[in-house]
Design a protein around this ligand. Sequence first.
Ligand code: F3S
Length: 399
Amino acid sequence: MFLTKKQEKMLEGEMGEVISKNMKLIVKLGEINEAKKLIPIKSAQIAGVSYFTVGEAIFSFFNLFSKENVKVKVPSWLNPAGMDRKNWEKMGITERFAEKQFQIIQKYEEMGVESTLTCTPYLIGYQPNYGEHLAWSESSAVVMANSFFGARTNREGGPSALAAALTGFTAEYGFHLTEKRQPTIKVNVETNLDTLADFSALGYWYGKNFHGETPFITGLSQLSINEAKMLSSAIAASGSVALFHAKNLSPESEIISLDNIKEKIIFSESEKQSVYDCFTQKDTNFDIVVIGCPHASLTELVIIHSSLKDKVLKKNLKFWVFTSQKVSNSKKFKPIQRCLEKKGIEIFTDTCMVVSPIVRTKYKHILTNSAKASKYLSNSKQTKVTFRSLHHILRNVTE
Ligand code: F3S
């Protein structure tokens, strides 16, 4: 692989042992994937933050960095942690867990990573530009960056995203290359997608059936940022898909080549319904509603607020919404938050229903509007999950 003089020096240790180790990781990944060179990145988004998912192993990893005071070279942000930084006790998090979680966040902050603790950096002002190269690791954000914004990133792991952040480079392979961004399956949507959950269902169904294949989606009349967010998270969760194109709606849809299309498929009402059926239980004794996978936008919070304004939540039903601190701190949100909290709805930031240990261990029947959350939460045998649209949920959770 071609390396510039500067990159060679970084690799050989002239800028310290830590940078050298991280360069080695990036070069190794590049060699495995037959990259011809390294390219500079504009930003990094780093997963591997929740103490629940990374455990004690993360501290040995951090020890590799502790000798030198290394800092990230590009704007870098963190994925959600295992708890809300302010309201962790309210969530039922233990003191020991909280202590460990704060230590992890601090380690990243010492390297200059901004503790945004969200999977939706694009909702808080960090939208990538068309054609920019990135190293993002949250799978739903990767699909958003590639598909909705037309930026270019592979599905990085936490360590490779951090390595890219510390060196400022990634290897040029996969979704950084125009030829790897061409669709291979054409999906015609022949049913109405009326709710955000319907977009989630489309993503989930496609990913489950066409693992890793880039789709060219036709038949959609619109694709808002919230709709794209739901589609992206589900398609990545069920099928490790990193990019989709939507005819006339996504930025590269006019310039892609359709020469590699090997199959044409239809997403009709029955395919859509099959996803809801997949996460349907016989009983409707939900003990918690969880919204905000990916993290809720202000628009979604406004929908919840206006639907429940004059209503009373069912007794003994928990209703948790997950979002980012930046959304929750926004001026527009404060009056909404006060009203929702009066109704017993908890708004948690910095974390989510999947990367926090609480939802899956304390609650037996979870109701959500996210196919991604449904997939991960139903991995636990003692937990039942029902997947419905936000509108359906809001109609059914009040007295
Ligand atoms: Fe985000 Fe957690 Fe869902 S990180 S995409 S809210 S699983």
